[in-house]
Design a protein around this ligand. Structure first.
Ligand SMILES: Cc1cc2nc3c(=O)[nH]c(=O)nc-3n(C[C@H](O)[C@H](O)[C@H](O)COP(=O)(O)OP(=O)(O)OC[C@H]3O[C@@H](n4cnc5c(N)ncnc54)[C@H](O)[C@@H]3O)c2cc1C
Length: 463
């Protein structure tokens, strides 16, 4: 097909897809659309214009993969099980709240190239987030983490040549009663922050995250609009996003896939699966012929409960005006939105504790958090000033099958293998498969989505 023909096809498609876009997010009814398709590589576009790909999942990885494919002229359908895009990114205003909140991702962890470039493109402002850390333990506040031990930890992990698990490292270098509290803090951090088992967690996985002094940011309008922006670009480029389309089975042979949704079958040359690692570990999609799915077991996937509470006032500011993060002795973490000056507190319960408390009703979980806050701020009558609260669950029984991934020393090899794809036909992307092992973030999902799309494009040219 010639470039002009291809362009007129894209224009025609755009007209019919405008209504699709408005269904995904009503803001597109009024948004000024940039109608120009990306023609930076029109030669390339010619060569792949007949290529058809299916992307399963409209989270950060799926949208980025589809964006990259449609940018190059491929014919792409995204099949999304939920009735919205975003996956583990969900900005919303639940009943009783006066501000948008994040059910999932909230922070931009450092100077992350793809996320920040997209934010610039989408003209979304972001602010530096306060990382000031305080501990409330045995009834009193202290600065979190003993700096002397942390310095030792940083030095040891920076010199580490061979990966090992966190507990192996602690056993080797932090033995004895003097390190008892420090060891516990590290294990709590593994469970709380990384949602990981310290007996299996790779030190290479956490060393940069734990020792980095890079700034963290948060978007002012929430993460959601960033994914809306990507969806918008995909549709302008001629891609389709079908919501409420849960994939149950993929039948495939080299260069052909038939993807089953209810009684419908969608056909394409290749498929990129971006469902969560937990979904894959639970074998929610059947593959025919079967694939070797044992590699998914070599990467960890943890659980978390995220609780968001809006209060009548930021009562904590009376005694702690600069409060960023608050760690408590029963493994709850709280954080504020200090830089946005909102009377909102997030509560966070990671991994083992999330599994324990996950069976309780929301009201009971919130009551436990309020009790702890009441101990820390006894003069504030926290229960009386609570306006609204909500619990978001990321456990194996939920649609995400858990929170996010973490790596073991043997994970990187498995991740590399997964990134090779199967017969140039089946591909996997998502935060868990970032090819350098920097998993568990929105950036990881974007990077992985883009990487897999480029592999698809390249393999299509080579075939
Ligand atoms: C509570 C929480 C807080 C977080 N905080 C941060 C943070 O502050 N900063 C940060 O960078 N990261 C954070 N993360 C991690 C970040 O949210 C994820 O890394 C990222 O959003 C994952 O994107 P993804 O595309 O890989 O997966 P997902 O967003 O999970 O997308 C997968 C999509 O696949 C769809 N799907 C599943 N099964 C099917 C099926 N059978 N058929 C069709 N579609 C299907 C799902 O509905 C979903 O839309 C957080 C995660 C959680 C859970």
């Amino acid at each position: 097909m010639q470039v002009p023909e291809r362009l007129s096809m894209i224009r025609a498609k755009r007209k019919t897809l405008r209504s699709n876009l408005a269904q995904i997010n009503p803001i597109y009814k009024t948004t000024q659309l940039d109608e120009k398709p990306d023609l930076k590589s029109s030669g390339f576009l010619l060569e792949i214009s007949s290529m058809k790909a299916i992307v399963i999942g409209a989270g950060a990885a799926g949208l980025m993969a589809a964006y990259e494919l449609t940018r190059k002229g491929a014919d792409v359908i995204i099949l999304e099980a939920d009735n919205r895009i975003g996956g583990r990114i969900h900005t919303l205003i639940p009943s009783g709240f006066t501000q948008p909140i994040e059910a999932g991702a909230e922070f931009i962890h450092g100077h992350l190239p793809l996320t920040l470039a997209l934010m610039e493109q989408a003209k979304m402002p972001y602010v530096e987030a306060s990382m000031a850390m305080t501990e409330f333990k045995n009834g009193s506040f202290t600065a979190a983490f003993n700096s002397e031990h942390w310095e030792r930890f940083e030095k040891i992990v920076s010199l580490l040549k061979r990966d090992c698990t966190l507990n192996e490292l602690l056993d080797r270098h932090f033995r004895g009663p003097v390190f008892k509290d420090f060891r516990m803090q590290c294990q709590q951090m593994a469970q709380g922050l990384d949602l990981a088992d310290p007996d299996k967690l790779s030190v290479f996985c956490i060393r940069e995250e734990w020792t980095s002094s890079e700034s963290q940011y948060r978007t002012v309008s929430g993460y959601g609009p960033l994914l809306d922006f990507l969806a918008h670009q995909i549709i302008i480029n001629g891609g389709q996003i079908l919501l409420n389309h849960r994939v149950s089975k993929i039948t495939w042979d080299k260069g052909n896939v038939a993807v089953k949704v209810g009684s419908d079958i969608f056909k394409a040359d290749s498929v990129i699966v971006t469902t969560t690692l937990g979904n894959l570990q639970q074998r929610q999609i059947a593959f025919k012929p079967k694939i070797d799915d044992s590699l998914f077991e070599v990467i960890g996937f943890g659980n978390v409960l995220k609780i968001v509470m809006e209060f009548e006032n930021a009562f904590w500011e009376k005694s702690h005006p600069d409060l960023g993060f608050l760690f408590t002795d029963n493994d709850y973490t709280f954080w504020t939105q200090l830089e946005l000056r909102r009377p909102v507190l997030m509560g966070w319960i990671g991994n083992d504790k999330a599994s324990d408390l996950g069976a309780l009703p929301d009201s009971e979980i919130i009551a436990q958090l309020l009790y702890k806050l009441g101990e820390a701020f006894p003069e504030s009558q926290v229960q009386k000033v609570l306006k609204a609260s909500v619990v978001f669950r990321y456990t194996p029984d939920q649609p995400t099958s858990g929170g996010y991934s973490w790596t073991m020393p043997q994970s990187l090899k498995a991740i590399r293998k997964i990134n090779e794809g199967i017969e140039n036909t089946l591909w996997f992307a998502g935060e868990a498969f970032e090819r350098t092992g920097n998993v568990a973030t929105v950036e990881a999902a974007f990077q992985s989505g883009r990487y897999s799309a480029r592999k698809v494009l390249r393999s299509n040219l080579l075939d």
